[in-house]
Design a protein around this ligand. Structure first.
Ligand code: NDP
Length: 317
């Protein structure tokens, strides 16, 4: 399956891996790229020297294009951007911030830029800033999320009708049937985070991966909107946040309760109760740890089968 996004990014399949913090090192990124998708290094949890090392290892492990995800809230962002340019990373995915800040600079260096958005206003802002594509991420998605709670089903066609650049759908996609669904909505490709967090090559703690496999429907919630909306698994930490809301804790109090390094504690160190376990609603559909290649192959196979079956199942004449 070739598409506009495949041409743009020089990849075989329109499958982009999410740049999830603590899950997305060079092993995962290179495995996804080698399987024909676009692998992504998640720089949000990496100090600059770690990012540099991860990029260099990724380049040794694949000769295919890969990307770095840069949350624009990151404290050492200028250093990250300099490393990305110095190391000639082919694609950058920016999120959680103003796309005007770095897009022009990155594009002048020959780097393709995509920006993650959760509403039409920011999609248009990203297009005006000159990004090559937007990633429209719906309410179902894990980790940082939009405040409006617009679902992928509603967001993708809306964004598609308002911009003239490719739109990648994200949030709630972990298999080929979901991929087929968003292609029918007009998406030019998909980004999958949760499915790749639970792969062998993901750098997440094995206990977090098992927790993803165990998660059923209703296991996650979107919370902490006052700070940064985040979807996570309901655990002891989540219950503490709920209790804090009941007691009317203000934003400073919530910030104090969140503290520092919660995501690392949960996703990287495997503290399933006190840590922040960022994952999407679609974790309920994930029931085994696969390799990244198995995920890419199974997703493409199922997507094509579903599109074919749907096409032949209905006769509207
Ligand atoms: P916290 O402030 O709670 O903790 C910072 C964490 O990031 C620590 O674990 C720290 O590692 C690590 N880190 C890496 N580089 C730096 C640096 N230069 N300065 C300080 N800490 C650094 O933040 P979070 O863990 O919640 O988030 C970290 C980043 O990831 C943020 O930039 C955030 O925007 C992004 N993020 C993106 C998400 C997404 O969905 N795109 C989801 C969640 C977060 P150590 O403990 O080893 O010091």
């Amino acid at each position: 399956m070739r598409s506009e996004i495949c041409e743009l990014l020089d990849i075989q399949y329109p499958i982009i891996q999410g740049g999830m913090i603590w899950c997305s090192g060079w092993e995962l990124a290179s495995a996804v790229s080698n399987a024909g998708g676009l692998g992504v290094i998640g720089s949000g949890s990496m100090y600059p020297e770690i990012l540099k090392e991860q990029i260099q290892k990724c380049k040794l492990a694949t000769n295919k294009p890969f990307a770095v995800n840069v949350p624009l809230l990151y404290p050492d962002i200028d250093t990250h951007i300099s490393i990305i340019i110095e190391e000639k990373v082919p694609v950058v995915i920016t999120s959680a911030g103003n796309p005007n800040t770095y897009t022009k600079h990155l594009k002048e260096k020959g780097i393709k830029v995509m920006h993650v958005i959760a509403n039409v206003k920011f999609a248009q802002k990203a297009e005006a800033a000159g990004v090559d594509a937007v990633i429209a991420e719906g309410f179902e998605a894990g980790g940082h999320n939009g405040r409006e709670e617009t679902t992928t089903l509603c967001l993708v066609p809306l964004v598609k009708s308002k911009v003239h650049i490719p739109v990648i759908a994200a949030g709630g996609i972990a298999n080929g049937a979901a991929m087929a669904a968003v292609l029918c909505l007009g998406a030019d490709g998909v980004q999958m985070g949760s499915r790749f967090a639970a792969t062998q090559e993901s750098s997440a703690h094995p206990q977090f991966k098992q927790e993803i496999v165990k998660a059923g429907d209703g296991a996650t919630a979107l919370t902490l909107k006052e700070i940064t909306p985040v979807r996570l698994i309901k655990n002891d930490f989540y219950n503490q946040v709920q209790k804090a809301y009941e007691q009317g804790l203000d934003t400073d109090g919530l910030r104090e309760l969140l503290g520092r390094g919660r995501a690392k504690k949960g996703m990287f160190e495997g503290d399933l109760q006190e840590g922040e376990l960022e994952i999407g609603q679609v974790s309920a559909q994930i029931d085994e740890i696969l390799t990244a290649k198995e995920v890419v192959d199974a997703t493409m196979k199922e997507c094509l089968k579903v599109l074919h079956k749907t096409n032949s199942a209905y006769n509207f004449e």
